[in-house]
Write a protein that binds this ligand. Structure first.
Ligand code: TRP
Length: 330
């Protein structure tokens, strides 16, 4: 069975953009692929979160995947930092990674651009974790002989860099590493935030999945709409509320609502209330399971520990092959 691998960085509250853009497609892949999914906690260190904050985020992201139905018997699910083969492979891969390749990575370049704009030193706020982020990610991907890597658009370049690094090692030492393919979930790129921009934690425009009902309702009511009165016709295609609603209504109801937009008769407030109720219904089982797991963290630990054992079993032979290829085996 081919391997589908993805890492999930423990940051912020999971929102519906994460769910439709990353979690749902990755879960669907576990039907056809052997899923290797992990919490990328080493990657999160680059932003120097407090230990307490990081711990909480690791549990929350792990609980999210389990709550949404990741079958941890069929797939493996673990914490990146439990895999001691990862730093070793990262170190070997560093030796075949041109510095120029890191200079071209988007995340690093974005910081350089920001610094240039504000007249700061080019490397202000850049740590080596950020600079070599793609090498650590390449180790994640290459250690398990991954075939496909489902990621959002923003991670596409990182998967390409992982391929480049694998190709370099293969060119220098002979064919050793499998070249992975990125699988980009393009059709769901378009889920807008409550202000119409791309839904993103950094814009503070998300609809989070696992917050108390009251908070969720408040956020749904904050979805920005224009001030066209109910009786007047409106354009559903340019309406942020409709674009979000589409993910939560049945096909017939979405069509009905579309007609209400076009012909007049739609009140935004009523549609928001309906959206809120649909969201609660859609996420009810996941919300319950999430809350249970966050109250019973030892169950999460147990799943992650078992997953790590399986992941290391999978990765060990690959690392052994790499060590042999480069000449550091015993
Ligand atoms: N960099 C990814 C992100 O920020 C997380 C990640 C770490 C990852 N290692 C990975 C994704 C390996 C895919 C494959 O979202």
């Amino acid at each position: 069975m081919k391997i589908s691998l993805t890492g999930i960085k423990p940051t912020g509250n999971i929102h519906i953009g994460n769910y439709f853009g990353a979690i749902k497609p990755a879960l669907a892949l576990t039907e056809k692929f052997f899923g290797v999914y992990f919490v990328a906690d080493l990657h999160a260190l680059n932003s120097n979160p407090t230990p307490k904050e990081l711990q909480q985020l690791i549990y929350a992201v792990a609980a999210t995947w389990i709550a949404f139905g990741l079958d941890t018997e069929k797939a493996i699910f673990f914490r990146q930092s439990d895999i001691h083969e990862i730093p070793e492979l990262t170190s070997i891969l560093s030796a075949v990674t041109p510095k120029g390749l890191m200079n071209r990575a988007h995340a690093y370049k974005a910081v350089l651009d920001k610094n240039a704009e504000s007249g700061r030193d080019p490397d202000d706020g850049v740590n080596m974790g950020l600079y070599t982020y793609p090498i650590l990610m390449a180790a994640d991907i290459l250690l398990y002989n991954s075939d496909v890597v489902p990621v959002g658009m923003d991670q596409r370049q990182h998967v390409e860099i992982a391929r480049d690094i694998a190709e370099n090692l293969n060119r220098i030492y002979g064919k050793t590493l499998k070249l992975p393919e990125g699988l980009i979930a393009e059709d769901v790129q378009s889920i807008p935030g409550i202000d119409g921009r791309k839904m993103s934690k950094s814009y503070n425009n998300t609809l989070p999945v696992f917050v108390p009902e009251k908070e969720l309702r408040k956020q749904v009511m904050r979805i920005v709409t224009d001030s066209t009165p109910p009786e007047e016709p409106k354009n559903p295609e340019t309406c942020n509320l409709f674009q979000i609603y589409k993910f939560f209504g049945t096909a017939e109801r979405v069509e009905e609502v579309r007609q209400l937009y076009l012909n007049g008769g739609l009140a935004y407030g009523a549609l928001k209330q309906e959206l809120f109720e649909n969201m609660l219904k859609a996420f009810q089982p996941a919300r319950e399971r999430f809350n249970y797991l966050m109250e019973n963290k030892s169950e999460i630990d147990q799943i992650l520990t078992q997953g790590a054992e399986k992941a290391r079993e999978l990765g060990r032979p690959v690392l052994a092959r790499v060590r042999k290829a480069v000449g550091i085996d015993k």
